[in-house]
Design a protein around this ligand. Structure first.
Ligand code: 5AD
Ligand code: SF4
Length: 439
């Protein structure tokens, strides 16, 4: 979502004369878009700011001043702290106020001191954003939902991104249409809690995510739909049904489980237990037999015993995730888990993370190897590192490298998978035999 937000900021600034540059030293306005989810990401902001301060100082302040801004969730959560620790920053604004960027830029010219915008405004920023642009891409993100009301005990998101809020269906469909008109073939619907989506329709009713996907699938020229990130306890029948009935919906789902232990899930306030998670995976596989799952895991949550951790390892064996993000628990000030007793020593967290990641890597490699010899529809969406090489994505988000003519860029072609590497696949292009595929 930060990638998406950063692009939207660039879209907002274009009409007032800004364009993106590659190097920090060339920027008249430098926005650090930040993440607060774990302590490491948040701390990095201050070291990055120290470095950017020096770059700012090399510019001539009267002819080429640089506006230095901090955006995103660290700005939201630590606005005052940033003002204290980095008074040379000109603007600090949260994720819900970036639509005011042009106005904030104007204010930096007429006011002194740092501008701080971290309220949750009544107006929706989406009403103030220009239509998203394809920017020559074949795959694009589209935010449909923001915020989170789930309050997992480890997580800062409900505090930094605010309450759940869904964009009206007509706005989402209109944004999707303009992306597709610009050449986009694949859209990933985004939300902190994307399956909590319940957008207002022009008829005064509401649509959930499953029905929204069914509507989006009617757009000609849009060939693939994905969504992330989902909250397992809120996957409803309509969404499962969409996996069965909408071929454009990719058979791949990021479904964060966090832990394989019911006791820990309860302490995390996750609202699903392992039985329910397993049953959900079964229902989705029943809806579409080739469904593949990825997940998020936290190791070393307060009170996590060896037995709890073993349950997580067992779950990985059982589900056979095709990829995952896994993290050491990071205590975040103000969240309930940070004050829980039995914080797990860092060494134990590191050991557990290593064990878990070993298993997840093996599970991903096993999945990749299984695809060798098969043909898969690959959306070729970029150039590879080698001359004549294109890269694309399988339905399961695997990166696929192939030697193929550049005219195939933007097409979905059936390719034979020849080899599996840890993080990618190699495919062969058989000219006319690679019939164009559209699902
Ligand atoms: N410590 C470690 N990982 C966290 N996540 C969220 N909060 C924390 C935390 N305090 C992880 C969760 C979530 C992902 C986006 O980040 O696994 O799904
Ligand atoms: Fe954070 Fe996700 Fe839990 Fe919301 S559902 S509190 S975003 S981990």
């Amino acid at each position: 979502m930060n990638v998406y937000d950063a692009e939207r900021m660039a879209d907002l600034l274009a009409p007032i004369g800004y364009q993106t540059v590659e190097e920090a030293k060339d920027a008249d306005l430098l926005i650090l878009n930040t993440c607060h989810i774990r302590a490491k990401a948040a701390e990095k902001v201050y070291s990055d700011l120290g470095r950017l301060r020096q770059i700012k100082a090399t510019r001539n302040t009267s002819t080429h001043p640089m506006i230095l801004a901090v955006a995103g969730c660290v700005a939201q959560a630590e606005g005052e702290e940033i003002l204290k620790r980095a008074p040379y920053v000109d603007m600090v604004f949260g994720p819900q106020t970036y639509h005011r960027l042009p106005e904030m830029v104007a204010r930096t010219h007429r006011e002194t001191g740092t501008i701080l915008e971290t309220d949750f405004p009544l107006e929706s920023k989406f009403d103030h954003l220009p239509k998203p642009k394809a920017r020559g891409r074949y795959s694009a993100f589209l935010t449909v939902q923001e915020g989170c009301d789930k309050f997992c005990t480890f997580c800062v998101v409900p505090y930094t991104r605010g309450a759940e809020n869904s964009r009206p269906t007509a706005d989402v469909i209109s944004d999707a249409r303009s992306l597709v008109a610009g050449g986009v073939r694949e859209i990933t619907l985004l939300g902190q809690n994307v399956n909590a989506y319940h957008g207002a329709t022009p008829h005064g009713t509401e649509l959930g995510l499953g029905r929204l996907i069914t509507e989006l699938a009617k757009i000609n020229g849009l060939h693939r739909i994905r969504y992330t990130t989902s909250y397992p306890a809120e996957v409803d029948d309509d969404l499962i049904e969409a996996h069965a009935t909408v071929p454009k919906l990719m058979p791949y789902l990021h479904l964060p489980v966090q832990s394989g232990s019911d006791r820990i899930l309860q302490a995390m306030n996750r609202r699903h237990n392992i039985k329910a998670y397993r049953s959900l995976v079964d229902q989705l596989r029943h809806a579409r037999s080739d469904m593949a799952f990825t997940s998020d895991f936290i190791v070393g949550f307060p009170g996590e015993s060896d037995a709890d951790f073993q349950s997580t390892l067992d779950l990985v064996d059982e589900i056979g995730f095709v990829g995952a993000y896994s993290f050491k628990y990071s205590a975040r000030l103000g969240t309930p888990a940070a004050a829980m007793p039995d914080q797990v020593p860092d060494k134990t967290k590191s050991d557990r993370l290593k064990t878990l990641q070993g298993k997840l890597t093996a599970s991903q490699a096993a999945f990749n190897s299984k695809t060798v010899g098969s043909k898969m529809p690959i959306l070729l969406d970029g150039y590879g590192r080698h001359p004549g090489q294109l890269v694309g994505r399988s339905p399961y988000m695997q990166a696929v490298h192939v030697s193929a003519p550049a005219e195939q860029l933007g097409n979905i072609v059936n390719l034979r998978i020849e080899a599996a590497h840890p993080n990618s696949l190699a495919a062969s292009y058989e000219g006319e035999n690679c019939r164009k595929a559209i699902t």
